[in-house]
Design a protein around this ligand. Structure first.
Ligand code: GLC
Ligand code: CA
Length: 551
């Protein structure tokens, strides 16, 4: 990747801005908001899939990779959107869903007719004893193999049954997907995000795998590095910004994926830090975050990536995660402080920060009270599964209120008018009530807002090489809810301290003498009120965050 001082903004197209009143965000809506994104200072926009799709998984089930879903606009709208952004110096990153297609994709339709050439684009197997070839579950809780009576065969889908997995062993599949990249590159797109990319290389002896969640057997498969390198080098995108979504991956693999010497990707998303509140690894069982684990994970990944030449995507939020202020912050009394603290922590790390739409204004979870309000396939499936497990309806709803992907998918809150200014029609997903106070327009006019704080975070990364290029070392603070790290470049040192709790905390910096001396670069409260170390103890206010620079 060209520059380490870049910041990426993620748009979930369906919920960003509706230009024609049908209640669904669209490409012209995105174009109309480019000046806003320019004012945020972001360099790239990752936009989620807007291609033709039956929308079982809101567009992550792609029926045609090189066209625009009429729901979202036309190819001309898309070109205008790309060109306009390029003029403003913002590059689009398009979302490549290459682990699977939709069952409406031409390749799969041909496969279903029994055409052997196209059946080999997917993973078809014979059943065993009248059942599926393997006892695997999909990531959405359903069985991972679907029977096709006309063919008397089963096909693999690690996600919804409408998302059949592609067979990457077949060179024609790889060539077909390279053409997709070439197509969008030709339209002026500046980078790519690859959906569940580390699942594409399936185990060599698939039939011999055990039972359980299918993705556990497919992550970081035997040919994964080879497949990625081939795709990237053959399409000439190794100079562009590329990010792979890596499911349950390892640190070692992420270093390989992102070390420029390997010519694979610019960086990876990994999700270990967003599982510290999953009880026994189960997203659908609530638990308080394990703060020790969170601190450990950041320390280990950040420091090792730094030492071994890897590069991270730094993020809390995306369209699959609950809102971070509702999750690791406090959306009540400390809404503003905690949102700013969480932003500080991510943006000053070593890696490329991602801002997910609405994060920059402190948008919260959806607060839905009835199952009818949910849309997401995963949420709807797991609600049923929870009831089957014997969980009460009220408890199951509480789980969704905290864990559903719809928490992130509610419409962007632009202003205090009807539907938060997202649409003139009826929004496809309800707008949370708090849009009257939490919205872009209100925050624009408040110098102390979360929005203006994010602007400063983005600006600082461009101004200070120590943020973009510095090494990183985590500091011992003596408190599991106080995280601190030091960035270093030449003689410059930047110390970042974040209190991840709603209490006053005392921190100490035994392994970093002088870490808190220097000038206050940034703080989420009054800069002149930051207390200094006294007798080896630093007093922190609830959710306090600051960064101190010294030369
Ligand atoms: C990724 C996407 C998610 C989608 C899944 C299947 O995890 O982010 O939204 O459901 O892949 O494509
Ligand atoms: Ca629309």
């Amino acid at each position: 990747m060209n520059s380490k001082n870049s910041v990426v903004y993620q748009i979930y197209v369906k919920s960003f801005c509706d230009s024609n009143g049908d209640g669904i965000g669209d490409l012209n809506g995105i174009r109309s908001k480019l000046p806003y994104l320019k004012s945020l200072g972001v360099d790239y926009i990752w936009v989620t899939p807007f291609y033709p799709s039956p929308m079982f998984d809101n567009g992550y089930d792609v029926a045609d990779y090189c066209a625009v879903n009429p729901l979202f606009g036309t190819m001309a709208d898309c070109e205008a959107m790309i060109d306009e952004a390029n003029r403003l110096g913002i590059g689009f990153m398009f979302d490549m869903v290459f682990n699977h297609t939709s069952w409406d994709h031409e390749w799969f339709r041909k496969a279903l007719t029994g055409d052997p050439e196209y059946m080999d684009y997917y993973i078809f197997r014979d059943g065993v004893n009248g059942g599926p070839p393997l006892d695997w579950t999909s990531s959405f809780g359903t069985p991972a193999w679907e029977y096709v009576p006309a063919l008397d065969k089963w096909y693999l889908h690690l996600f919804d049954k409408s998302q059949p997995d592609l067979n990457w062993e077949n060179p024609k599949v790889r060539e077909g997907l390279k053409n997709v990249i070439r197509f969008w590159k030709g339209k002026g797109v500046k980078g790519f995000r690859f959906d569940v990319f580390n699942l594409i290389s399936k185990p060599e002896h698939l039939e011999q795998c055990g039972s359980g969640r299918g993705i556990n057997y497919c992550k970081d498969g035997p040919r994964i590095h080879e497949f990625i390198r081939e795709l990237v080098t053959d399409t000439g995108i190794d100079g562009m910004v590329t990010v792979g979504e890596m499911s349950s991956t390892t640190l070692e693999n992420c270093i390989r994926y992102s070390n420029p010497a390997n010519r694979e990707l610019s960086m990876c998303f990994n999700f270990h830090h967003l599982k510290v509140d999953y009880k026994n690894g189960d997203k659908w069982t609530l638990m308080e975050p394990d703060w020790n684990a969170l601190g450990q994970l950041f320390r280990e990944w950040q420091e090792e990536m730094s030492k071994q030449g890897g590069w991270s995507a730094a993020f809390w939020c995306n369209h699959d995660q609950p809102r971070i202020v509702s999750r690791f912050g406090d959306e009540g009394a400390y809404w503003k402080q905690s949102a700013k603290m969480l932003g500080t922590f991510i943006h000053l790390l070593r890696g490329t920060p991602y801002i997910y739409q609405g994060e920059e204004i402190g948008m919260t979870n959806a607060h839905f009270t009835s199952i009818e309000q949910y849309n997401d396939v995963e949420s709807v499936n797991y609600y049923k599964i929870l009831l089957e497990r014997g969980v009460s309806a009220a408890d199951a709803l509480e789980v969704l209120r905290q864990r559903s992907r719809d928490n992130a998918r509610t419409p962007m809150q632009w202003n205090a008018q009807r539907n938060a200014g997202f649409t003139d029609g009826a929004p496809w997903l309800e707008v949370p009530d708090n849009y009257r106070s939490i919205n872009v327009e209100t925050e624009e006019s408040d110098p102390d807002s979360i929005l203006n704080y994010y602007r400063e975070l983005v600006r600082l990364r461009k101004e200070l090489p120590v943020i973009a290029d510095g090494e990183i070392r985590f500091l011992q603070t003596g408190d599991k809810r106080v995280f601190a790290y030091e960035r270093a470049l030449g003689r410059q040192r930047l110390t970042v301290v974040c209190n991840f709790s709603g209490d006053e905390r005392n921190a100490s910096f035994a392994d970093a003498p002088g870490a808190e001396s220097g000038t206050v670069l940034l703080a989420n409260g009054p800069k002149d009120q930051i207390e200094r170390l006294q007798n080896g103890v630093l007093k922190l206010r609830p959710y306090e965050a600051f960064a101190i620079l010294r030369e």
